[in-house]
Every structure is written in structure tokens, then in C-alpha cells.
Design a protein around this ligand. Sequence first.
Ligand SMILES: Cc1cc2nc3c(=O)[nH]c(=O)nc-3n(C[C@H](O)[C@H](O)[C@H](O)COP(=O)(O)O)c2cc1C
Length: 180
Amino acid sequence: MKLVALVGSLRKDSFNLHLVETMEERYKDKFAIEYADIRSLPFYDQDQEDPMPEAAKKLHQQVAAADGVLIVTPEFNWSFSGVLKNALDWLSRGDRPMNNKPTLVAGVSPFMMGTLRAQQHLRDVLVSPGIAARTLPPGGNEILITFANEKFKDGRLVDENTLAFLDSIVDKFVNLVQGK
Ligand SMILES: Cc1cc2nc3c(=O)[nH]c(=O)nc-3n(C[C@H](O)[C@H](O)[C@H](O)COP(=O)(O)O)c2cc1C
């Protein structure tokens, strides 16, 4: 199984990136993770859609070829990040590769809300017609990682309770991908 990861933070030492790196190692027997290069995308511009810029074309191809998508987002000013919205806007056009694509959402914050507000906004976008991704149902399946400074060590998620919860959601997501 292959997943494409859209990491909504561009910084090198991003907790959200470290979450994906943790998942890459921990679930290597379940799936491989390929990173989408959302940094290289130009700002979405309808005048540039035909032909699509190379970076957008590549993103479309990656998502189309993947069994699922993993979106991890920081919370910026009570929402998900602009670079992530830009990537989703590109993906909502042309062949719309996100349509019905199994998509797992997660987010990490150093604070007590754990990207709750960012993920609420993100969910609204994920059900829009141009995206229409297939996600786990809301109400218990949200991966909201709070107080990241205490739960990550040397660039990896190490908090045992959080990892156990993550295991349970990943199992559900693998079932979703496999149509179980
Ligand atoms: C511009 C900006 C806005 C932020 N707004 C929020 C916010 O609304 N809620 C929150 O929990 N954290 C907020 N933060 C803190 C981020 O959660 C924190 O920087 C986090 O580490 C970013 O994710 P990353 O580690 O993956 O880069 C903000 C940070 C920045 C730089």
C-alpha cells in the first residue's frame, strides 16, 4: 500500500513532519509513504491551469497513483496552513484526483487544542465537490496531538498513549483503503 503525505508545515524541524516520519517507520509493514513537494507549487491561479505547472501535474500524478493520502497540518491562526490550502486548490482542478481517495487527517500543536480548529476547517474543504475525499467518519477518529514538546523526542513521537491511539486509527484507515 502506498500513501502520499501532504505536510502542511514547511519548516525543517516541524512536529507535523516528524509525525509523518514516525508513521513511516512505525507502519512500514502496512504502507510506504511518499512525500508530496507542496513547497514547489506556485500560488493557485486559474490562468495557469492549462497546461498545469509541472509541480501541480506531479502532485496530481502522485495522488492518482496512491492508495491513500495522509494530510498532516499545523494550526495557523485557528485554521490549517495556507500552503496546504494551495495544494488542495490545485488538486481540486483537472482530473480531481482526491475524489473518493481514502484520506487520513492528523495535526500536531504545542498547545492544548491540538489543531482542533484547523482540522474542522480542513474537513469542510475535504467534503467540497472539487476534493470529495473519503475520510474516516468524524467523532472519535481525529488525530489531534497536543503539547507536542512533551510528546516528541529527537524528532519522533514517543508518547505511548498517543502512539496506541494512532495505531488504532491507522488500523481503521488501512481497512478503509482495503474496502473492509
Ligand atoms: C503564524 C502562526 C500562527 C499560529 N497559530 C496557532 C494557532 O492558531 N493554534 C495553535 O495551536 N498554534 C498556533 N501556532 C503555533 C503552531 O502550532 C506551532 O508553531 C507548531 O509547531 C507549528 O507546526 P510545525 O511544528 O509542524 O511547524 C501558530 C504558529 C505560527 C507560526
